[in-house]
Design a protein around this ligand. Structure first.
Ligand SMILES: [Zn+2]
Length: 497
């Protein structure tokens, strides 16, 4: 057994590393910067905890997740390891007590919320420790939050670029569960990483079975059917607080002891919901997508989204909360064509709000990216190809069809949509820049009924790059160069549907 493996055994009692952990640990111990993309449940925390224990020094962990920090500190303290977290919401006495821990030479892990780095206490502390060579590494967890390409951008994370100048000789480790290539590039650039090791583990999970279909008018019955056949815990995601409340009530009404969870609940209710989810045998939790980060329950057998998720990357992270025990689990999405419009408005609204304190250019850029990701998510949900393959491709991973998802297992006959596409493109040719809903309305008035089909076809043609859609949220359509070729000399377009 080499020294790393024996350290793993001494400190955690495990015999082997999970994929990707060893190269990350070796790089940190060699003083190198690292970008580690390790899937949920892939043991990210070990990558920064173990170096502190091996070196008998301090590792600083920046994390936006208070619950996760508290949980890890508790676990470390239980094992007799000195660890402390500093974040907002601590009462003054507690805060003082924790600050006094900073003087403890035995301190191994210090967890900091990103905004703490603005305070002089934390900055002075880091500077001093770094100058003395006492910091083994600084880990930035959920590093994708720094990138406007990412699915969970947080303005507070942007300032983390200062860490490098604050602690110039300390290795920086950026960790995340999912990061597409652009996000990785932005992490490296914004954190000023120096020739980092980029360790990417596949987000592929061969015990998850994806399915995506149109939401029925009355989904309650379908939910009950799913709950009946699913194992373990069930996580049901709804988009708004109101719909979370609505579905929890509806389920309770038919005898399912479902519990709602969203940011609008008071601390106590949230705490109760969390305890219920972690401790009950087969809990059903209805929540907004914020729930689940850092929540560790391994036997989640069903993750059901009642609306279209807003990005493939975010969806991979949310669906990845299923089946961490390695047993077969279902990840189901129900969507409707109206979802994208609603989400688009929500994004627009939040981008207007966040413009305070952020340059307008950046906010607009993020808004356009959000539209783009939404479109991509919808294309995956409506498309014909393997869902896992399409999701992984969206985060820059090439793979074969999974053989498990509903696209792989069902034979959906395809037919040629070329003639219909022709009609649609001709109409668009005469009416460039028309909003998708007006085009669809005109076609179903003038050609044949079926707004749904026309809308669906228009979206397929956007994916086919025969037409282009504006990114300003108004969904205006324009004919592309290839669309003009198609008009001159059409070719077959085969889609199931
Ligand atoms: Zn598949």
């Amino acid at each position: 057994m080499d020294s790393l493996a024996s350290a793993l055994n001494d400190h955690y009692g495990w015999d082997s590393f999970k994929p990707g952990q060893r190269p990350v640990l070796e790089a940190i111990l060699a003083g190198k910067d690292v970008v580690a993309v390790l899937p949920t449940g892939g043991g990210k925390s070990l990558c920064y905890q173990l170096p502190a224990l091996i070196r008998q020094g301090l590792v600083v962990v920046i994390s936006p997740l208070v619950a996760l920090m508290q949980d890890q500190v508790k676990q470390l303290n239980r094992r007799g390891i000195c660890a402390v977290s500093l974040h907002a919401g601590l009462d003054p006495d507690c805060h003082k007590e924790r600050l006094s821990c900073l003087r403890d030479q035995q301190l191994r892990l210090l967890y900091l919320a990103p905004e703490r780095l603005q305070g002089t206490v934390a900055r002075k502390f880091l500077e001093g420790k770094a100058a003395n060579g006492d910091i083994v590494a600084i880990a930035i967890d959920e590093a994708h939050c720094i990138s406007s390409w990412g699915h969970d951008f947080r303005p507070g994370y942007r300032r983390l670029g200062e860490i490098r100048s604050l602690c110039p000789d300390v290795p920086l480790v950026a960790l995340t569960a999912t990061a597409a290539p652009q996000v990785r590039a932005e992490i490296i650039r914004l954190l000023n990483l120096r020739k980092p090791l980029v360790q990417v583990c596949s987000a592929q999970r061969n015990n998850l079975c994806y399915s995506m279909s149109r939401r029925s008018e009355e989904p309650l019955r379908n939910i009950l059917e799913l709950l009946k056949i699913s194992r373990g815990a069930a996580l049901i995601y709804a988009r708004t607080r109101r719909s979370v409340e609505h579905w929890a009530k509806a389920l309770q009404g038919v005898g399912v002891s479902a519990i709602p969870y969203h940011a609008g609940l008071n601390n106590q209710s949230r705490h109760e919901a969390l305890t219920y989810f972690l401790e009950k045998e087969k809990p059903v939790l209805v929540a907004t997508v914020a729930f689940g980060m850092g929540v560790d329950r391994s036997d989640v057998g069903l993750v059901l989204h009642l609306d279209l998720p807003s990005t493939p990357e975010g969806y991979l992270q949310q669906s990845g909360r299923a089946g961490r025990d390695g047993l077969p689990s279902d990840c189901v999405v129900w969507f409707s064509p109206g979802d994208r419009t609603k989400l688009g408005w929500a994004i627009k609204y939040s981008s207007i709000q966040s413009k305070e304190g952020e340059a307008t250019g950046t906010a607009n850029f993020r808004f356009e990216i959000a539209q783009e990701q939404l479109r991509r998510m919808e294309a995956i949900a409506e498309g014909d190809s393997c869902l896992e393959q399409a999701l992984l491709l969206a985060v820059g991973e090439l793979g074969a069809p999974c053989g498990r998802c509903d696209r792989c297992t069902s034979l959906r006959p395809s037919r040629n949509w070329s003639d219909k596409a022709m009609t649609l493109l001709v109409s668009l040719h005469d009416n460039q820049g028309v909003a998708i809903h007006s085009l669809v309305e005109n076609l179903s008035k003038e050609v044949d009924k079926g707004e749904e089909r026309w809308g669906w076809l228009a979206r397929r043609l956007v994916q086919e790059e025969l037409i282009r859609e504006s990114n300003d949220g108004s969904q205006k359509l324009f004919l592309c160069e290839s669309g003009r070729y198609f008009l001159k000399e059409p070719w077959p377009l085969k889609y199931a549907g």
